[in-house]
Design a protein around this ligand. Structure first.
Ligand SMILES: Cc1cc2nc3c(=O)[nH]c(=O)nc-3n(C[C@H](O)[C@H](O)[C@H](O)COP(=O)(O)OP(=O)(O)OC[C@H]3O[C@@H](n4cnc5c(N)ncnc54)[C@H](O)[C@@H]3O)c2cc1C
Length: 383
């Protein structure tokens, strides 16, 4: 079976690797004319790392990134409110959590696909499906026939728009800045992710290499984030946080800071239509408050490849894929949305209550949710 994949992001490339390893012929079409060395990092939680272990990429990714052994939510002065110690989970799941430069991860994935045709500058405009098969129309006027198509073309998926009406992108009304900087910080920061929550804004930072940190900063906006933050001096904006935060921001070349707004896809009830299936952000884009968007895409990639290997008919495989993956992916989307709202409270009293609850919630309860996320969805293969 030959499979066309639209989109060469983390989801599309991981799917291509899993399919290739299962003996499928794969061809990838990507809109971008070249891959950018975007200045941001990514956290690969234990669920993603279990998938990469199964795909034989675990050691390479661990080596190229930086090991994270704790995730700590703090108040704005970096006083801990909630600590997730990763070590017991590492024992249970047999992998470690890693933070890595996105471009490094992308290159590791691309290296696995050197023998797979990957066409750049191929932006899908429209997809039509008929009894005769699938016809993909690109922006450059060319066409591609396919019998099976996986759409890993991100939150604004053109394929999704071609096959489903009325899907909704939601704006969380939060702006996000991201950067990478080389800076020497006290040793505990080398292995711990810290996320200080303030009043209507928060900050996060984690090492991606020795003395190299990926950071992200988020703040509420009202109507138009571009206008409201056009003149922002970020270091000053975070000057009510522990001074380390402004220090990290100041050490980052301003031209390397990325700015986005946070969006997600309101959960949809169906991810496939005959022989076309959505994967990753095109199916279940989430706000990044649990650091799970790519991890969920990676989990979906392996399950989808296993379903295709199990069933001869693509439509059957897509049906099983959806029934295995949809529940958890939607849970992540909805939980992340709620966490984003709680993290960005603006009312002083509610913030005090939030911080009290976070500080006094038994680790057992917080760990239960993490465990559910770290446990990967699997396909049952008949013996
Ligand atoms: C601020 C922020 C921080 C995040 N942090 C984390 C984190 O720490 N951990 C985590 O797991 N996730 C994180 N995420 C989420 C993560 O980035 C995404 O979930 C993940 O990249 C989705 O991968 P994807 O391959 O499905 O989609 P994408 O990465 O969006 O890739 C889609 C690909 O398709 C291409 N494409 C788009 N349209 C077309 C078209 N019409 N034709 C052809 N090609 C097309 C694009 O160019 C792109 O290469 C974060 C997201 C944000 C916004």
């Amino acid at each position: 079976m030959k499979i066309i994949i639209i989109g060469a992001g983390i989801g599309g490339l991981t799917t291509a690797i899993a399919l290739k390893q299962r003996g499928f012929e794969v061809e990838i079409f990507e809109a971008a004319p070249a891959f950018k060395k975007a200045g941001s990092g990514i956290n690969l939680a234990l669920n993603a790392m279990q998938v990469y272990k199964k795909l034989g990429l675990y050691d390479q990714i661990l080596e190229a990134g930086s090991y994270t052994n704790a995730m700590i939510i703090t108040d704005e002065k970096l006083q801990p409110l909630s600590v997730i110690d990763m070590k017991p989970f590492e024992g249970k799941f047999g992998v470690k959590s890693v933070a890595i430069h996105r471009a490094t991860l992308h290159q590791i994935l691309l290296d696995q696909l050197a023998d797979v045709p990957l066409h750049l500058n191929k932006k899908v405009k429209d997809v039509k499906q008929s009894e005769a098969g699938i016809e993909v129309a690109f922006g450059d006027g060319t066409m591609q026939q396919a019998s099976v198509l996986i759409a890993a073309d991100g939150i604004h998926s053109a394929v999704r728009k071609s096959i489903f009406d009325n899907t909704t992108i939601r704006a969380a009304k939060q702006i996000c800045w991201r950067g990478i900087t080389k800076i020497e910080l006290p040793p505990n920061y080398q292995t711990e992710l810290h996320e200080p929550w303030g009043k209507g804004k928060r900050f996060g930072f984690v090492a991606i290499a020795e003395n190299e940190y990926y950071w992200y900063a988020l703040a509420n906006y009202k109507e138009d984030y571009r206008k409201e933050f056009e003149q922002v001096d970020l270091a000053k904006f975070y000057s009510d946080f522990n001074p380390l935060v402004s220090q990290i921001i100041k050490s980052t070349p301003p031209q390397n800071i990325l700015t986005n707004e946070l969006l997600d896809l309101k959960p949809i009830q169906r991810w496939y239509q005959k022989n076309i299936c959505l994967l990753g952000d095109s199916a279940h884009a989430t706000t990044p408050n649990l650091g799970q968007g790519a991890c969920q895409a990676i989990e979906s990639a392996l399950v989808l490849a296993d379903c295709l290997a199990k069933h001869k008919e693509a439509e059957k495989a897509f049906g099983e894929f959806q029934s295995i993956r949809m529940k958890k992916a939607i849970e992540v989307v909805q939980t992340s949305w709620r966490v984003g709202k709680i993290a960005h409270l603006e009312n002083g009293l509610l913030i005090k209550i939030r911080n009290f609850v976070l500080k006094n919630t038994p680790a057992k309860i917080a760990n239960k949710q993490s465990e559910r996320i770290f446990e990967i969805d699997k396909v049952v293969v008949p013996q």
